[in-house]
Each structure stands twice: as structure tokens, then as C-alpha cells.
Design a protein around this ligand. Sequence first.
Ligand SMILES: NC(=O)c1ccc[n+]([C@@H]2O[C@H](COP(=O)([O-])OP(=O)(O)OC[C@H]3O[C@@H](n4cnc5c(N)ncnc54)[C@H](O)[C@@H]3O)[C@@H](O)[C@H]2O)c1
Length: 319
Amino acid sequence: MDEVGAAGDIRTVAVIGAGTMGRQIAALSAANGYPVRIHDAMPAALTRALPAIQDELRGLPNAPQYEHHVYRLQPPADHQAILARIQPVADLAEAVAGVDLVIEAVREDVDTKLEVFAALDRLAPDAILSTNSSSLPSSLLAPAIADPGRLLNTHFFAPIWSRNMLELMGCGVTRRDVIERVDRFARSLGLVTAVVQGESKGFIINRIWRAVKRESLRVVDEGHADPEDVDRLWMLFFGTPIGPFGVMDMVGLDVVADIETSYQRVATDPADQPSKVLHQRLAAGALGEKTGQGFYRHPDPEYLDFFDSPAPNPERDAD
Ligand SMILES: NC(=O)c1ccc[n+]([C@@H]2O[C@H](COP(=O)([O-])OP(=O)(O)OC[C@H]3O[C@@H](n4cnc5c(N)ncnc54)[C@H](O)[C@@H]3O)[C@@H](O)[C@H]2O)c1
């Protein structure tokens, strides 16, 4: 690891978990010059990491894009150079040895993450340790770390190239310079950052998004609407190309269910129960984009055609 990244003090990165998020975090870091080691407990996930990143890079638009006021990131054209900076490593100790920053992106389960952080505490004693959890404050993981001053939440978003934003949140005792160093690193990747003040389960956006998910699922569970109705109305109301159920398919319904569970564990509202429609889809093996079926069929989900033809109008269409 002799290359120097752009942020000065964070120069090398290890990503733990080579799933949807881990691969994207690795790709964005490597695209910005950082050498990255990526590790996964599942050999198949590790073998698949580089080919999947290559496919993901190929699938991106080949020119920088502006949409509304948002700048969508664009990786350099030389995909081979990006891939060459990413080293899949099967052994966790080897993956994290000597790196400046470890970003954990394993499944959203507190016990799994606690085990990973206990190992990281031992194997990466000098690194900044961060979790990409969608809903778990890093203070929950602090008991696994001897010096939680080096622990924080870094909440990346998918797809990382178009949701180029990051929420940072300390664990209560995170050192200010640790947050500042990670903030500089994130901005060197082209991310717009926000540092959450204090502790907020779900940070800023995910807390708001969780309320949207909960009510969207409830409206369908109670039989008032189907997912298509919810998304159609949402898309028109907010002027977005996708609605809540479309986004859940993109995230992965298994990941959505894990996140829902994490909120329901601490809910004070007795009506905050697992969603029937979500669990029916899971039981059928429909996990969203990754299995080709979720609330929609993929890769060409029905919501892409919602507004292809104008709504029927008997008067206008009479002749
Ligand atoms: N998918 C999203 O849109 C999204 C967005 C923001 C944050 N997150 C968060 O990022 C994290 C990862 O989510 P994902 O969507 O990439 O999940 P994923 O299921 O796609 O990938 C998780 C990976 O972690 C690996 N893994 C599980 N246990 C492990 C262990 N002990 N050691 C090493 N690897 C292990 C799995 O084999 C899998 O490859 C979760 O905490 C999730 O809440 C996800």
C-alpha cells in the first residue's frame, strides 16, 4: 500500500463486507486514488466483488450529470486502474493491517457487527473504525472497542454515484479530529457531508425515510392501496422518478426488513409491527432488484412505464 490518497491523513482504507454497499464504497474510494482492501466472510461474495464492481462501473452513464441542483459523480474512464487499487482479502487480519480507516458494511444486525468490531479492535488498533449501519448508532458498538474515541458512524447511500452524500455521527466520545479527518476523506471522494449533532437513531435522512417506509407499508398492509398506487402518487406529488416501494426494491427487501426490525425493537408505538406485505415478499424469496423480483419485476420495473400514456379521459378520447 504505497499510494497516497487525496485527503492527506487518511491514505488507506479497508472495507468489511463486499455486498451492495461495501462494493460501492470500495469503488468510490479507489476511483479517487485510495488503495482499498475489501474483505467478506463469504468466499463467494469476495470472489464476486471485482467482477460486480466492474459491471457496476460499466453501467454508469459515461458523462458527468447534473440533475436539478445535484452533481452526480462520475468515475474516471480507466476502470482497470480503479479495479487495480481494490484488493480482495479473505483474511480479516491481513485486510485491516496498517490501514488508516476501516469501514464496516456487513449485514444490519447488531450482534454480527459487535463481533466484527471486537475483532477490529484487536486487529486494527490504530485505525479509525466506522460503521455504515443504516440505523444503529455507533454507541451500540462502543462496548466492543477499548478506545471508542476512534469510532463513528459513516452512513453512505446507494447508489453512491448519484446519492453522493454522507452522514457522520460520533458515538458520544468520538474525538473531534477523528470526525474531521473522516469528513475531509469523504469530501475528497466528492461526497456532500453532514455531521449529525448528538445521537439520532437513523441520523437525519434515514429517520425521515423510515417514517415514510413505515407508513407506506402500513397503508398497503391495511388494504387501503397497493404499492403501485403509493408510488404513482408519490412520484407525481414529489416529482421523483421512483417511489418508496421502488426504493425499497433497490435497497433489498431483506436489508429493509433488518432495518425495520432494528427500529421496532426500540419502538414505543405498539402498532409498530413487522409489515405483512414485506414479509410475504421475503417468504417468496423476492428480495428486490437483486433477485429480479420484489414489489416490482426487474430489471424493467413497472413504475418506469407508469406515466408513458396519459390518464384515460373519456371526453378527450371520445373520437
Ligand atoms: N443497501 C443499501 O442501500 C444500504 C444503504 C446504506 C447503508 N446500508 C447498510 O450497509 C450495511 C451493508 O448493507 P448491504 O446492503 O451492503 O448488505 P449486503 O447483504 O448486500 O452485504 C453484506 C455483506 O456482509 C457480509 N458479511 C456478513 N457477516 C460478515 C462478517 N461477520 N464479516 C464479514 N462480512 C460479513 C455478507 O457476506 C455480505 O456480502 C448494512 O448495515 C446496511 O444497513 C445499506
